[in-house]
Write a protein that binds this ligand. Structure first.
Ligand code: B12
Length: 392
């Protein structure tokens, strides 16, 4: 579990059927300002999604903001699910203005909720609670009912400490590195790739390491989960990582974490089939993936990169295996495909170039990318083969 001197990580969310996210957005920013790493799951989230994400993210606390009622049951359910999975030390706290009464709070506390903040609470009181009450790592109670998620989380925590080498599966998972400037649609694209993998093979497992930048001298808002839909699936393990001052798009722990994920074994005897590493939004000069870190690299761009001259400066165009020009519905997307083709064709390296619109359901460009990545792998037997519909 996390070391005491590491930044405190908390997960925050708004319950299902509730879109009141204004309060939690304010609280997130205030916590980040005080050095906390906040994994924000977004609004309209089920208790199960929240509990699973909290365990996968190895957080010390879960903060819930609830306004539309049902809070006694909802908060209690999150506590119960965490306990069921063996993660009894993750504290559940939150608020909901005047919609949570003192009487409700009593009932919630009796069911294991750690703290409720009422309307008018100064933000400093919330920050003090998180910094003092969640100061120590959330150690895991000994239970025989540990979920795969909790087991993998513990493996990652041990792996980050020791950096020890481990036995890697005979069939190594396909590891794909996905990078590109902020706003190019990396996270949405990953979610769509995950969907295709899950649909293509009903037993396959996917892991995602997703990076977001730390704010200098402060915490970080790790918000990729809030954008993802398919990656909340039971067969997906996701860990959000803050860069913690490391330049280049990845974190100090990325390599160790990847090594650990490659060794994970499930009851079926299989490991992860696909591991996806997403960098922070990168600049022109960045080449985030060492050759030995991932098997394939994908650069995701939007058509709005500026002039042809700007393309000359993008270092990843020299080394990426595939370049995705995303947002193909935008004006200029066709011209961008031609310009990127001319730019990459001239360096003799020749990455595949794919035009995609990741936000579109069943997009043929995403199908093509998935097919390209999966089919070129020696271990493709264990990866989801593209269906006929996906190949079109
Ligand atoms: C702003 C607001 C909206 C905005 C939401 C904007 C947004 N993106 O969040 C809009 C206008 C969109 C909206 C819509 C609706 N709203 Co409205 N809304 C409010 C309002 C006025 C303020 C809530 C707020 O953000 N407060 C600001 C925060 C910072 O202050 P606070 O609530 O006091 O919270 C403090 C503590 O509780 C604590 N806290 C809160 N959350 C958390 C979380 C953590 C982790 C921690 C540590 C602490 C903490 O910290 C704060 C600091 O002091 C409340 C009424 C009210 N006065 O509470 C109604 C209210 C919540 N809304 C209500 C309703 C009914 C709706 C709608 C269903 C209306 C409709 N028929 O369409 C929709 C539903 C929207 C949806 N999709 O869910 C009702 C809910 C009634 C109920 N539960 O029985 C309320 C109570 C109004 C009322 N009196 O009827 N709403």
């Amino acid at each position: 579990m996390p070391r005491p001197n590491e930044p405190i990580r908390v997960l925050t969310a708004v319950p299902i059927c509730d879109g009141h996210d204004s309060a939690i957005n304010t609280i997130n920013l205030e916590l980040i300002r005080h050095g906390v790493e906040v994994i924000y799951l977004g609004y309209h989230r089920s208790a199960r999604d929240i509990a699973r994400a909290a365990i996968q993210e190895d957080v010390r606390g879960v903060g819930i903001s609830s306004y539309n009622g049902g809070h006694v049951e909802f908060f209690s359910q999150v506590v119960a699910l965490l306990r069921e999975e063996g993660a009894t030390r993750i504290k559940v706290f939150g608020g909901g203005g005047g919609t949570i009464t003192r009487a409700d709070e009593k009932r919630m506390r009796s069911r294991g909720v750690d703290r409720i903040f009422f309307a008018g609470t100064p933000l400093s009181e919330i920050v003090n609670y998180v910094l003092s009450r969640l100061e120590s790592p959330a150690r895991v109670a000994s239970t025989r009912h540990r979920s795969d998620d909790l087991r993998i989380s513990q493996m990652l925590a041990r792996g980050a400490k020791s950096g020890a080498r481990r036995r890697i599966h005979a069939i190594a998972p396909l590891t794909i590195g996905i990078t590109g400037p902020g706003g190019a649609g990396k996270t949405t694209l990953i979610d769509e790739l995950v969907l295709r993998q899950l649909q293509g093979d009903p037993h396959s497992r996917v892991a995602i390491l997703s990076h977001d930048p730390s704010i200098v001298g402060k915490g970080a808002l790790l918000g990729d989960r809030a954008v993802m839909i398919h990656s909340q699936h039971d067969r997906v393990f996701m860990r959000s990582l803050a860069t913690r001052g490391r330049a280049g798009g990845l974190s100090e722990s990325t390599r160790n974490y990847l090594e650990v994920l490659r060794t994970v074994e499930f009851e079926s005897g299989r490991g992860f089939d696909l591991i996806i590493v997403e960098t922070v939004g990168i600049g022109q000069e960045a080449v985030p993936f060492d050759r030995d870190l991932v098997a394939k690299t994908v650069l995701v761009m939007s058509p709005e990169y500026g002039s042809r001259l700007q393309l000359q400066k993008i270092a990843m165009l020299e080394v990426a295996d595939v370049v995705v020009v995303n947002k193909s519905d935008r004006p200029g997307a066709r011209a961008a495909m031609i310009e990127v083709g001319q730019r990459t064709g001239s360096n003799g390296h020749g990455p595949r170039i794919v035009s995609a619109c990741a936000k579109r359901h069943r997009d043929s460009g995403v199908n093509e990318l998935f097919w390209l990545l999966v089919d070129q792998q020696p271990a493709a037997g264990r990866l989801a083969r593209p269906t006929a519909a996906q190949r079109t």
